[in-house]
Design a binder for this molecule. Structure first.
Ligand code: GLU
Length: 315
């Protein structure tokens, strides 16, 4: 019998803002799929975006996941605690001429591309050196970009379906290492998912374009297997923008502090995820039993004022 890869997924919160109802929906669905299919669950705290994670933010994230009833088999692993594998991956990319240092800001690149004298002189629309040479990753305090090949990438997403994305058109030569001395999101996620044996990635569909960039990095680094992707629609506010602070306090900790029972929160997430499911309290086992990926609404979910009032027991 061929050896089978053990299946594993991850919950990957960024502790930059407290978890809100939108994050909760993705995490609950991810966790239910994992428990149903026997994937092990890793908790990875993705703290590379800002200052180092504060212990309170980490505690709060763990506490909220626990309140929802979610558990995990490995972790928490704090992403910033071991960046050597990412630096090694950078070295590999630089040596194989897939990466180059570049300190132009996005604004400078945009300005160069639309310079009024564009007809007079060659304008660096792309920041890539004309001839990419194998290099050493010897400067960690500069931005490094990926030399994105001009190719369509096909993602067979278990929820979003077959999607074709061209990262060169979509993102160009995206940054993979930042001058803060840390890997950028795309590289961090690929190196971590690969070394942590992640086979199933479930997350918000705002990251679908990123999946294509990540596939290119897997290939350039010779890593694999590329995970199976499941990108779920986001939860939006009534104005159609992604749920955020401007829509009021939809942080789970805020509901918890106001005494909202977790079964009500799960009930609202179930109402958004299971066709015909009315707003009513539900526990995690019943939610897990009723949820079907193939009948989940394909459209983004809108979190309405009525949803909020119902959670707070005002309707
Ligand atoms: N940490 C990211 C977020 O909270 C998730 C990244 C990923 O799942 O690849 O949006």
């Amino acid at each position: 019998m061929p050896a089978t890869t053990p299946h594993a997924t991850r919950l990957a919160p960024s502790p930059t803002g407290a978890l809100h109802l939108g994050n909760a929906r993705t995490f609950v669905v991810n966790w239910i799929l994992a428990r149903r299919h026997g994937w092990s669950v890793l908790l990875r705290i993705e703290d590379l975006d800002g200052p180092r994670v504060k212990p309170e933010a980490l505690e709060q994230t763990l506490h909220v996941l626990d309140w929802l009833g979610l558990d995990w088999d490995r972790g928490p692993i704090v992403q910033s605690e071991d960046l050597e594998p990412h630096a090694q991956a950078m070295d590999q990319l630089a040596r194989s001429a897939w990466a180059y240092p570049c300190n132009l800001s996005r604004t400078e690149i945009a300005a160069a591309a639309s310079a009024p004298n564009a007809g007079d002189a060659p304008v660096p629309i792309t920041t890539r050196p004309r001839q990419l040479q194998p290099a050493r990753f010897d400067d960690r305090q500069t931005n490094w970009r990926f030399a994105t090949p001009e190719r369509d990438i096909r993602i067979d997403d278990t929820f979003a379906g077959r999607v074709t994305i061209n990262p060169a058109k979509d993102a160009g030569d995206f940054v993979i290492w930042t001058k803060r001395g840390t890997p950028a999101y795309q590289l961090a996620v690929v190196v971590d998912d690969a070394r942590q044996g992640i086979t199933h990635v479930v997350r918000g569909d705002d990251l679908l374009p990123s999946a294509a960039r990540q596939v290119l990095l897997y290939e350039a680094l010779g890593l694999g297997p590329i995970p199976t992707y499941t990108h779920l629609p986001l939860v939006l506010g009534p104005d159609g923008r992604r749920l955020a602070k401007r829509h009021g306090d939809t942080r789970l900790t805020a509901y918890q502090q106001q005494g909202v029972p977790v079964e009500r929160v799960l009930g609202l997430l179930a109402h958004w995820s299971i066709p015909e499911f009315p707003r009513r309290p539900i526990d995690l086992p019943e939610f897990a039993q009723r949820l079907q990926l193939d009948t989940m609404p394909r459209e983004p979910v809108t979190c309405t004022a009525e949803d909020d009032a119902w959670l707070l027991g005002r309707s």
